[in-house]
Ligand binder design. Structure first.
Ligand code: KPL
Length: 434
């Protein structure tokens, strides 16, 4: 089984580290139990790749680094299709099953690139992905999956299986392969329906099905990482093996990972979208920490407008969905139910934003770091996504559009350099005060 990780920022490094570590523990000891961490439930262990010795992790790097530095993971450099042979990759499941067109097939691709860089990053690898491969999208914001389906995998016959995921773990990077896992959170996964419509993945375990659409709060520990779902519902045939192995492997990581029914996953993702649409642009525009927005009456007014606009868009999208599946304006991956969840009303959204900003008050948001570092942001997958929906469903989203333009404007002309200089001075002053 070949895992590949694309995007080695802080989240990519965190996932690669735990994936590699859990595979190595299974290779060495044949079982997976880290002292102090709950043992992996048997229903998840049963879904793991049968032979840990044949499982490999390959990291995709943009620049040249020494392969040996990655302790047990092989490395590929962007644009070079020949794998670095310093550490051999495991045999490919999709190749063995006759799906692959070449020897460099990818069984499972875990993507942690920034939302705005994802399609461009996956496109060169698409020939190595087969309909029996699995792609995991772990990103902030929304809209990447729609873009990917339309531009890279328009043909359902050849489209890989897709798992969506979002994380509330707080991580930051201290350089290549140095990630500080500063805040322990959770990771939620949802499965996009089978592209060929052959399998229904979400069989609920009797008596454990979740009755509500609500995603459990991140700080309430649910009884099972499977949220009432049954891994055995994923067929055991060759075309679904990588899906099953990928899901079980992610669920086995000590990162509080949960597989949710798609509708619950969507509620959580929509809520997180609005949280990001409120906090991220303001911290970037005002060059401040998340917590500095809490209690600021002007920021609160903007949050309230963003939440109202988002809730209105969700209602309009739900209405269009209920008007019939033929509606051209239907949200691509969503059904009406999640959009009508009570946690997506303006006041519930506003409380969620305030809670997250308070809990992460000392953080600089990812958009703040993006403006500071790479200059490009994920704004089009946050407020920009709400703006697109607003246009599609005829809802005015002026505040979201204004925030989007202001963030885009930060990267225009020499404003970026000015912003970065000012931010650096401020940070130096903060460090001196400490
Ligand atoms: C929740 C929040 C706002 C935490 O900083 C985040 O997800 C981000 O920075 O992108």
């Amino acid at each position: 089984m070949r895992f590949h990780v694309l995007g080695l920022g802080s989240i990519g490094t965190l996932i690669s580290y735990h994936l590699r570590r859990s595979i190595r523990l299974r290779q060495q000891r044949g079982f997976l139990h880290t002292p102090g961490i709950d043992p992996i439930p048997p229903e998840i262990t049963a879904g793991l790749p049968a032979n840990a010795a044949d499982t490999s992790v390959t990291l995709h790097l943009r620049r040249e680094y020494v392969a040996q530095a990655f302790s047990g993971a092989s490395v590929e450099h962007a644009g070079i299709h020949r794998p670095d042979n310093a550490i051999p990759q495991g045999p490919s499941i999709v190749e063995q099953a006759g799906y692959a067109k070449g020897p460099d097939a990818i069984d499972s691709l875990i993507v942690t690139t920034k939302a705005d860089a994802t399609v461009q990053a996956i496109a060169p690898l698409s020939k190595r992905l087969t309909p029996a491969s699995t792609v995991v999208l772990l990103q902030n914001g929304m809209g990447v999956v729609d873009e990917l389906i339309h531009t890279v995998f328009p043909d359902t016959a050849s489209r890989p299986q897709i798992i969506l995921g979002n994380l509330s773990h707080g991580c930051y990077s201290r350089g290549q392969f140095q990630t500080i896992h500063a805040g322990y959170g959770s990771m939620r996964l949802g499965l996009i329906p089978d592209p060929r419509g052959r399998a229904e993945y979400e069989r609920r375990l009797q008596g454990r099905a979740t009755s509500s659409l609500r995603v459990p709060d991140s700080d309430t520990t649910s009884r099972s990482n499977l949220s009432g779902l049954d891994l055995n519902a994923i067929p055991r045939d060759a075309s679904h093996l990588t899906l099953r192995y990928t899901l079980a492997s992610l669920l086995s990581l000590p990162l509080d990972v949960h597989w949710d029914p798609l509708e619950s996953y969507q509620v959580g993702a929509l809520r997180k979208l609005v949280v990001n649409a409120c906090i991220n642009p303001l911290t970037a525009i005002m060059d401040c920490q998340n917590g500095q927005l809490v209690g600021d009456p002007y920021a609160q007014q903007i949050w309230s407008e963003v939440c109202h606009e988002a809730a209105e868009v969700f209602l309009a999208a739900a209405q269009a969905d209920m008007d019939g599946p033929s509606s051209a304006r239907r949200m691509p991956e969503y059904s009406a139910k999640p959009l009508l969840d009570p946690s997506l009303t303006p006041s519930a959204l506003f409380s969620a934003v305030r809670d997250v900003a308070t809990k992460t008050r000392k953080n600089y948001s990812s958009m703040h770091s993006d403006v500071r570092g790479r200059g490009r942001t994920e704004i089009d997958y946050m407020n920009g996504y709400l703006v697109q929906l607003g246009k599609a469903f005829g809802v005015e989203v002026k505040t979201n559009e204004m925030l989007r333009r202001l963030v885009l404007s930060l990267g225009w002309g020499d404003k970026k350099a000015t912003w970065q200089r000012r931010s650096q001075v401020r940070e130096e002053e903060e460090q001196q005060e400490r």
